[in-house]
Ligand binder design. Sequence first.
Ligand code: GLP
Length: 289
Amino acid sequence: MEVVIRPNAVEAADLVARVIDGEMRKNPCLVMGLATGNTMEAVYARLVRMHTGEGLDFSGCRTFNLDEYIGLSNNHVNSYRHYMNRHLFLQVNIDLQNTHLPDGMASDLVAECAKYERLIAEHGGIDLQLLGIGQNGHLGFNEPLSAFRSRTRVKILSPVTRAQNAPLFPRPDLVPHRAITMGVGSILDCRHCILLATGEEKAAIVAKAVEGPITSMISATALQLHPECTLILDEAAGSQLKESEYYHWMFENQPEWEPFRTASSSAAKNGFQSTPHPDKQLLKQSRTL
Ligand code: GLP
């Protein structure tokens, strides 16, 4: 696992978008795993700007979303299909036929889950999986106690998750009770995972996910087992990490991050300048000792 801490949420989302951009340019037929939630909106907005302003081409890529609510139709404003169409798919040149989400209205949900897994396998698996994190550490809708070998299946949503997602619904009781989600095992099979977390309210769960013991009570701890997983955080979400100095040092010294160390002009234009981390001078000194 690698942890990258950027000075603010704009730069964190910008870095995620730039990594995706790099992967898409290397492989125009990239199979991408996508996530929903407030945190991802900034990433999708940046990808849309990269498409319109910098020619980022989505025509060859295929996407699979992590999850979908059961009982909401595609055009329901709270469905994840609606979210994806609105924030990304209808604003870029992706073929909607190449965008996949589980069907939360399927009459046979078990068959739908098996079909989704089969479809991912037929596409050769997911190259790059984007992830957010829930307040209880869920990935997708893998609620506490999800087996690390679980595959796409129906999950009942915990009270914490329903409360977390309630502000997006007209009334809290309208939040669905169940969802179809890719399993923790399905996520661990993706070639590269990138988790984005921003804001103070994610700090405690991020610290547990990164530095805590691996436990099925917190699905995100499974990422410690993934051979290629990158967590991109802003300072607020990384504020409870004990080893943040080490993570900053890694980012400054890994050659792979070299092109990404300065904020893109677009992130800077949003009013944020990359400021040196206070620990940076200390790290420089310790390296010369
Ligand atoms: C939902 C999604 C998760 C996402 C989470 C975080 O629960 N199923 O995939 O990670 O929201 O949302 P936010 O970014 O709004 O905190």
